[in-house]
Each structure stands twice: as structure tokens, then as C-alpha cells.
Ligand binder design. Structure first.
Ligand code: ADP
Ligand code: MG
Length: 264
């Protein structure tokens, strides 16, 4: 009789191939290594929080994934494909959507119109001519409006939304483009406590059908959304990975956050 050692894939039921794999990536800016021999992998239905003190390389890490910055060494694989030399728009089309800190929505249009535009942008000419009925389109937009919690405000100008509501709308606009991986950089900066909690719920629900990477500084929010694995970056490398409890009691993590008492 053979004894099967359960691995992560069989115990969680998630597929074996990682959605994103970063192999020994280094990014040098004039000799300074903003990213230094970084290794990272995550699956397709996972919300991964990345934390780390200022200057750890978090934003540069996202820049590598989206193709804004090219690795000096190493490679990045998305769905098994080497994206290292691909231009940003090609990587986006492969299925990576990035949410920036400032919402980029059309303020004079309604949330519904903003979402309709995002859906249309991703359609090929072929699709636009032959396939989806206007009804199917409306269902998608309607579903998204519900997901982001803006049903009551779907038809007022986006200018009248709160900061948090604009953030959710922008997340909805990203999702409308059907990415496999969503990258979200500090989504709760400037939000009220209630908006912060609802943002966490939204990101968790999106992680049921997408890979989601959240870069975050607000530790209370990290505790709300953290799943099995949290990744800590420090000086351009992964310092450690583990559950929120493991991370918070790890002496190395406590040490790198000592200069930043607000952070933990
Ligand atoms: P984080 O987002 O974790 O605060 P960043 O990725 O923004 O960190 O930056 C990591 C380090 O790389 C910092 O020391 C920063 O000053 C440096 N850095 C980032 N971008 C550049 C650049 N374009 N040129 C030179 N140095 C950079
Ligand atoms: Mg940053």
C-alpha cells in the first residue's frame, strides 16, 4: 500500500499549475536592487496579501508583473507563459488587470455607463458583430453593479459617489475586462472604516473566481482579508510567507517593522 502525502493542491482542490510564478527576479536601477532574487508563486483562486515596510519593493514587484519594469535578471511566468519581454498592453490582454490608487473613472458618466464602456473595450470586432445580444451585455453589467454594491447608485453621475464607491466602481471596471489576475495597490487608503470592511468583502468575493494580489499597509485590513498565505517583502526579497499569526509573531518581521510602529 502506498501512502499519499497530501500536497497543497489536493488538500485545497486548487489546480496544480501556478497562475503567476516569479523566478529569481532582480530589478536594478543604476546598480541599486529594488528587487533582489525574488521568488514567488500563487494560484488562480487565491487572495494573496503582500506587506512590507516602505521601500521593500512592493510597487516595483507589481511593475514587473504588469511589464512596466523589465527584470534585469530572472523571469516572470503568467499562466505558464514567459511575460518578461512582453509590452504592457499585451500582458494586460493576457489577463492581468491593475488597480491604481487613484480611481480612474469617468466622473460625468454613471457607474452603469462606466462599466458598459469597460465591457465594450474588451470586445473584439468579431464578437461585437456576431455574438452577444444587448441583453447578455446588460446582464454582465447588472451583475457587476450588484457585485460592487452600487445598485442604488447605478444611474447617477459617478462624480456623486464617495471615494470608496469610486474605488469599487474601478474594481468593477477591471473585472469587466475578465482578467485572471487582479493587482490592487493599497485599496483602502483614505476610506472610512465601513468602506474598508466592504472593500475587503468585495476582494474576498472576487478571489473566488480570480487570483488577487493586494499590496497593503493597513494591518487591520490585512487581518480582515488575509487567507492562508501572507507574503512579507523586505529589501526586494521575500522575507517570509505564512499565516497572519505566523507572520505577526515572526521575529524577523517584527524587526523590519520596528522603525514603522504604526504599521503593525
Ligand atoms: P515600496 O512600494 O515597497 O515602498 P518601491 O517598489 O516603490 O517600494 O521601491 C523599492 C526601492 O526601489 C526604493 O528604495 C525606491 O526608492 C527604489 N526605486 C523604485 N523605483 C525606482 C526607480 N525608477 N529608480 C530608482 N530607484 C527606484
Ligand atoms: Mg509602493
Amino acid at each position: 500500500m502506498t501512502t499519499q502525502v497530501p500536497n497543497k493542491e489536493t488538500t485545497t482542490g486548487k489546480s496544480a499549475a501556478p497562475l503567476l510564478k516569479i523566478e529569481d527576479v532582480t530589478v536594478s536601477f543604476d546598480g541599486f536592487k529594488a528587487i533582489n532574487g525574488l521568488n514567488f508563486a500563487m494560484g488562480g483562486q487565491e487572495l494573496r496579501v503582500i506587506i512590507g515596510p516602505n521601500g521593500a519593493g512592493k510597487t516595483t514587484f507589481l511593475d514587473v508583473i504588469t511589464g512596466k519594469v523589465q527584470p534585469t535578471e530572472g523571469r516572470a511566468l503568467f499562466k505558464g507563459k514567459d511575460i518578461r519581454s512582453m509590452p504592457e498592453h499585451a500582458i494586460a490582454r493576457l489577463g492581468i488587470g491593475r488597480k491604481f490608487q487613484t480611481p480612474r473613472v469617468y466622473l460625468n458618466l454613471t457607474p452603469r455607463e462606466n462599466l458598459e464602456l469597460s465591457c465594450v473595450r474588451t470586445k473584439t470586432v468579431w464578437n461585437a458583430l456576431f455574438s452577444p445580444t444587448p441583453k447578455a451585455e446588460a446582464r454582465t453589467v447588472g451583475g457587476l453593479i450588484e457585485t460592487i454594491g452600487l445598485s442604488a447608485k447605478a444611474d447617477i453621475p459617478a462624480a456623486l459617489l464617495s471615494h470608496g464607491e469610486k474605488q469599487w466602481l474601478e474594481i468593477g471596471m477591471l473585472v469587466a475586462q475578465s482578467p485572471d489576475l487582479l493587482l490592487v495597490d493599497e485599496p483602502v487608503a483614505g476610506l472610512t472604516d465601513e468602506e474598508t470592511e466592504r472593500t475587503g468583502e468585495l476582494l474576498l468575493s472576487l478571489a473566488e473566481s480570480h487570483g488577487v494580489i493586494v499590496i497593503e499597509h493597513d494591518m487591520e485590513f490585512v487581518r480582515q482579508i488575509a487567507q492562508e498565505q501572507v507574503t512579507v517583502l523586505h529589501e526586494g526579497s521575500v522575507l517570509c510567507e505564512g499565516s497572519m499569526d505566523d507572520i505577526q509573531s515572526d521575529p524577523r518581521v517584527i524587526k523590519v517593522y520596528l522603525g514603522d510602529p504604526d504599521a503593525m
